[in-house]
Design a protein around this ligand. Sequence first.
Ligand SMILES: Nc1ncnc2c1ncn2[C@@H]1O[C@H](COP(=O)(O)OP(=O)(O)OP(=O)(O)O)[C@@H](O)[C@H]1O
Length: 233
Amino acid sequence: MHMPIDPATIAIRAQNVTLSLGTRDAPVTILKGVDLSILRGESVALLGASGSGKSSLMAVLSGLERASGGSVNVGGVDFGALGEDDLARARRGRIGIVLQSFHLLPTMTAQENVAVPLELAGHADAFAQAAEELRAVGLGHRLDHYPAQLSGGEQQRVAIARAVAPRPTLIFADEPTGNLDAATGASIMDLLFDRQRAAGATLMIITHDPLLAERCGRIIEMRDGQIVADRAA
Ligand SMILES: Nc1ncnc2c1ncn2[C@@H]1O[C@H](COP(=O)(O)OP(=O)(O)OP(=O)(O)O)[C@@H](O)[C@H]1O
């Protein structure tokens, strides 16, 4: 018998999501009706050819981009029903994002980079907690270093510490190992899974690496703005 899924266990529900960008005269339809439910605690790999819409889907699911049609519900919150301020508030502390090119603030130390989202989320002891998070990713000896003084792998560790520090329920990673050599990338993935488990978070990773995808619990494949495959890894 098909059991209905308890809504409390659903981290993300997307229904018939479309996304059109470009100009009014030359609109480009990027997402063409995406239906997707992701359970709390799942780890999901998003695969697909370049231009298939992976980053766009992640942008919509993380509230960075608004869907043109359909609905996006994250943790029971309907993103489409929220104004800009409420959407920003809903995202803060709930969603952590790790990107391929790290996106650390160059004028801030590692500790300051990690402390910023904690301060925004209202943590009184943001700096002490940031140091703790950096120790958890093996960078306790690099607190006062600026991004330019860190290797790519170290910068990605800082970015992961920053993303997970506010204890988000959702972690999105867009090709988090894309700029790293294979060995460094593998250790970064170990770390990401470790921090996901520690936070009890749901994880979605965009990757071109089939081996990395197999380490996730579920693999979703996109083609031309649609989901064409969805299976357990
Ligand atoms: N602002 C925009 N205006 C118009 N088209 C866009 C815009 N942003 C993205 N696109 C187009 O949408 C399509 C999907 O892009 P997206 O970045 O989501 O793909 P992707 O699967 O993540 O690709 P990659 O693996 O190369 O990062 C591409 O054809 C891209 O050119």
